[in-house]
Design a binder for this molecule. Structure first.
Ligand code: ZN
Length: 215
């Protein structure tokens, strides 16, 4: 009891000292900065997207091994989309004067069915379901309009990705032995279309959106 009370007093003192001397946390690049929630969130999103990209590259290789060519194409398109999201976050971090930092871990690869089922479930999709709404709220509080835009576009693109993932999961049996197919990835926001898009991208609405063909 007494020890707990001492600990509590100590943490209050540490917080008071931090406030007094304006001690602020170091960011992921190791620089001490004024605390900026959005900057930390951008770093976390960048790390998440870089890991997602690595995960989809590994899932594509596994799908090819198992003879699911169409699924491998979708995973490659998703890898490219996550790379675009990562680049958007990294550009913004650099613009704010910091260095983007990611720790990419070796992804856990199971069977194609399990890999698909895992990423097709919103609860398992870190960016879409869980963290992005908080990041957007924080970016609004910080009045960082560019961050709001990249978070919102990444979220909307991820939502569209889930539709493709679920449709593929539903038809997986019929895709055994399939060849690769074409997907079209918006190079601005990472939206993926399964047919050649006409007009502005439905997610970023950019009339100059260019689509990269991924097979
Ligand atoms: Zn777009």
């Amino acid at each position: 009891m007494r020890r707990r009370a001492v600990k509590s007093v100590m943490s209050t003192l540490v917080l008071a000292a931090a406030a007094l001397f304006n001690v602020t946390p170091a960011n992921a690049a190791g620089r001490v900065s004024k605390w900026n929630g959005t900057l930390q969130n951008l770093q976390s999103a960048y790390n998440g997207e870089a890991n997602a990209q690595a995960r989809y590259v590994a899932f594509a290789a596994r799908a090819d091994q198992e003879g699911y060519g169409t699924v491998a194409s979708l995973f490659r398109a998703l890898a490219r989309a996550e790379e675009i999201h990562a680049t958007n976050y990294a550009d913004l971090i650099r613009k704010m004067g910091y260095k983007p930092v990611a720790a990419v871990r070796a992804p856990l690869v199971r069977t194609t069915w399990e890999n698909l089922a895992r990423v097709a479930t919103p609860l398992q999709n870190w960016a879409f379901y869980d963290l992005l709404p908080d990041y957007i709220r924080q970016a609004r509080e910080d009045r960082n309009s560019e961050a709001i835009q990249v978070f919102e576009e990444a979220g909307a693109a991820d939502e569209a990705h889930l539709v493709l993932l679920n449709a593929t999961l539903k038809n997986l049996d019929s895709l055994k032995g399939s060849k690769g197919r074409a997907y079209y990835v918006c190079t601005i926001c990472g939206y993926i279309a399964d047919h050649p898009p006409a007009g502005p991208c439905p997610v970023c609405k950019n009339p100059d959106a260019k689509y990269e063909l991924v097979t």
